[in-house]
Design a protein around this ligand. Structure first.
Ligand code: GLV
Length: 309
């Protein structure tokens, strides 16, 4: 019996160590050197190679190392009988809330304009955008969205939330379903995408969405690159439909060096770092789910293939 860690662009040694600290009897394999594929019962993946989890005949479950699971759902080689789950920890949630708050504050206070001015020794004052002129609209009130919405509301932001079903979160106005999307958008001017990427949500950040927002409008995408129609963002910036954007996720990661986004002063770019699972916290959940998978129990944060999260 073994547990496989498979994440091509991430050092998984700290997670391996943390797992062994939780249970020193574990047999942990680090991809790509997998000694015995038939011994692997459980895999932990962060963006594993496309369709790369089909060749493990005794696989019982696969866990995403983060909150997003589209890299698991896109693997057509993982048999339907293999359970899927994800790791969500309190610090993953609070990192996201911090990231979004920081992005909003930077936008309101024009931090990046001043950063650019410093390079050329320029002293020009811009009027800050006041908190009371901002209504933050959070798309997706799952584990990450809920915490972020709550945090912003506690910090005196007006907050709208949009999700499949109505949610009761203190200080957050809840909108649900397709029918209420327009009302949600037209009463928000800082749009934060924290949706899972599914067939329904793919491309949801398009020109129609941007045009419906209250102005001046700003976009923060911390969901997935596939949520955003990239050419619509450029058009929206060129036509002042959006004042700017902060992007942490991209259709293609790393974002290619010649991508048009790099040269846009009003697009803030971070390399998919909004919220990163701490090894120690993840290890406890992974070991518990490994044990549950071996004994056929339901998993913590089990993912519904049907819903896509
Ligand atoms: C980060 O993108 C995650 O899915 O946890």
């Amino acid at each position: 019996m073994s547990l496989l860690l498979i994440a091509p662009n991430r050092d998984m040694n700290p997670l391996k160590e943390a797992l062994l600290e939780v249970d020193s009897s574990l047999d942990v394999e680090l991809w790509p050197k997998v000694e015995k594929r038939e011994r692997v019962n459980f895999a932990v993946s962060w963006k594993h190679p496309k369709n790369g989890l089909g060749d493990y005949p005794n696989l019982k479950a696969v866990s995403s190392l983060g909150a997003g699971v589209n890299h698991l759902l896109e693997d057509k080689n993982i048999p339907e009988t293999v359970k899927l789950c994800r790791v969500i920890t309190t610090s993953l949630q609070s990192q996201m809330a911090d990231y979004v708050m920081n992005a909003i504050t930077n936008y309101r206070l024009h931090t990046f304009l001043y950063h650019d001015q410093k390079k050329v020794g320029e002293w020009q004052v811009y009027e800050s955008i006041q908190k009371q002129d901002c209504t933050v609209g959070i798309m997706g009130l799952g584990e990450m969205g809920k915490t972020t919405a709550q945090f912003l509301a506690e910090n005196e932001y007006a907050v709208n939330g949009w999700s499949n079903s109505k949610k009761h979160i203190n200080g957050v106005t809840s909108f649900s379903g397709k029918d209420e999307l327009n009302d949600f958008l037209s009463s928000s001017n800082i749009l934060v995408c924290l949706l899972p990427l599914t067939e329904v949500t793919e491309g949801i950040l398009d020109l129609g969405t941007f045009k419906t927002l209250k102005t001046p409008a700003y976009l923060i995408n911390v969901g997935r690159g596939g949520h955003l129609v990239e050419e619509d963002l450029i058009y929206a910036l060129d036509t002042n439909t959006l004042a700017g954007a902060c992007l942490d996720v991209f259709e293609k990661e790393p974002l290619p060096a010649n991508h048009v986004f790099w040269n846009r002063p009003n697009i803030m770019i971070t390399p998919h770092v909004a919220s990163i699972t701490p090894a120690k916290e993840a290890a406890a959940i992974i070991v518990e789910n490994y044990k549950r998978a071996l004994s056929g129990m339901d998993l913590i944060n089990e993912v519904s293939r049907e819903k896509g999260y």
